[in-house]
Write a protein that binds this ligand. Structure first.
Ligand code: HEM
Length: 350
């Protein structure tokens, strides 16, 4: 075999081995939360979970520090997100599990009076049915969905705040179908109580984001479900509860949920994958433009044993996958090159 061909093949083979070694070294990125030493969230038992984010009972819970990532997977992406890190505590009683989520935020964004205002928000995500394995972090996938409890600042603090609160000097002539007198300012809820709902089109179409009555009934924490981003919808059972407090430049949000979920029960000592997302309204974050965490392992009472997670479920880094694929391709190419050269030599070329 000519010197040049031999060296080329050797170089290719070495590069292939190097790429595969790189992918092998990046293996932890594919591993489950517990194998990656991501923080475990262990809930402490109490007689009754608190309903106030400032309740002294939260001192009984061991805080976990949750690293947040800017959402760069789906368009529109964010290069940098407002929330960088969450401090999370968990408590539970016989019926419910409650988490307290805290993070610094220099600006309280809680009313959406104008179209250019966005809310601060935080969400807790868990698998809809853990027996199917941990769903992808990208809000689940077809056949393996997630449940999301989403606290929205405006549903607590700004539910009735809209345009006339943002522009107090605005003048009202007549909102014909609102049910209020001419010259009076109409609120969204007027259409639902005194007027004609069909003229509050989004609410009439069942959009909870536009319906103050639903928001009042549900409270600041809305339960949602999805089987991958783009499929998010309100859950048919609204069983979340919660309350937020903005103090000293930080949010303190309590989100509580029943241990009895539709498809499983959160049991003591059992591993429960949880993930978080946070929105900073002052940075125009909304929908997919947010900070999110990888899956972390929660459990009630004591740390759960590590659970194997199906490949790709732990939010494996695209870089590691790319590395592995590149490694295999390069090794393959080197093998083909070497084989061809060998065949050439046997048939008397070299
Ligand atoms: C890489 C991971 C993620 C990607 C690519 C992603 C992407 C998206 C996209 C494209 C939307 C808008 C479309 C829709 O409504 O479905 C969205 C909305 C939403 N996502 Fe995610 N997401 C991710 C992780 C998460 C996590 C971990 C949670 C919860 C802990 C979450 C909770 C939500 C919520 C509550 C909304 C609606 C927000 C709003 O009303 O402003 N997402 N996400």
């Amino acid at each position: 075999m000519k010197v040049l061909e031999r060296n080329t093949t050797r170089r290719w083979a070495l590069m292939g081995v190097a790429a595969t070694a790189l992918a092998w070294a990046a293996r932890p990125l594919w591993k489950s939360a517990s194998a990656q030493n991501l923080p475990a969230l262990v809930a402490a038992r109490v007689g009754q979970v608190p309903t106030e984010p400032t309740d002294a009972a939260w001192a009984q819970a061991v805080p976990a520090s949750i690293m947040m990532l800017p959402q760069t997977v789906a368009l529109p992406r964010v290069k940098e997100a407002g929330a960088k890190n969450l401090t999370v505590r968990a408590l539970y009683d016989a019926q419910r599990m409650a988490v307290l989520i805290e993070w610094p935020d220099v600006h309280q964004d809680a009313d959406l009076g104008t179209v250019m205002q966005y809310r601060d928000g935080v969400a807790v995500m868990l698998p809809e049915d853990p027996s199917k394995g941990t769903p992808p972090i990208t809000m689940g996938q077809g056949g393996n969905g997630v449940v999301i409890y989403h606290w929205k600042s405006d549903w607590q603090f700004g539910r009735l705040k809209d345009v006339d609160e943002a522009y107090p000097n605005m003048y009202a002539d007549w909102y014909q179908f609102s049910g209020v007198e001419a010259g009076q300012m109409a609120e969204a809820s007027d259409y639902l109580t005194k007027g004609r709902k069909e003229y509050l089109t989004a609410a009439a179409a069942g959009n909870h984001l536009a319906d103050p009555q639903v928001q009042e009934k549900v409270g600041p924490v809305q339960k949602m479900r999805s089987e991958g981003f783009g499929t998010l919808e309100p859950h048919k059972t609204q069983d979340g509860a919660g309350k937020g407090a903005y103090q000293d430049g930080a949010w303190h949000i309590l989100v509580s949920l029943p241990r009895e979920q539709e498809k499983f029960t959160i049991r003591e000592g059992a591993p429960l994958p949880v993930a978080f997302a946070a929105w900073d309204g002052a940075r125009n974050e909304r929908d997919g433009q947010k900070a999110y965490s990888l899956w972390t392992q929660a459990s009630l009472g004591q740390p759960a044993a590590a659970t194997p997670t199906p490949a790709g479920a732990g939010g494996g880094s695209p870089l590691a996958i790319l590395g592995a694929v590149a490694g295999i391709i390069v090794v393959g190419a080197a093998a083909v090159l070497g084989f061809r050269a060998l065949r050439g030599r046997r048939s008397g070329g070299g």
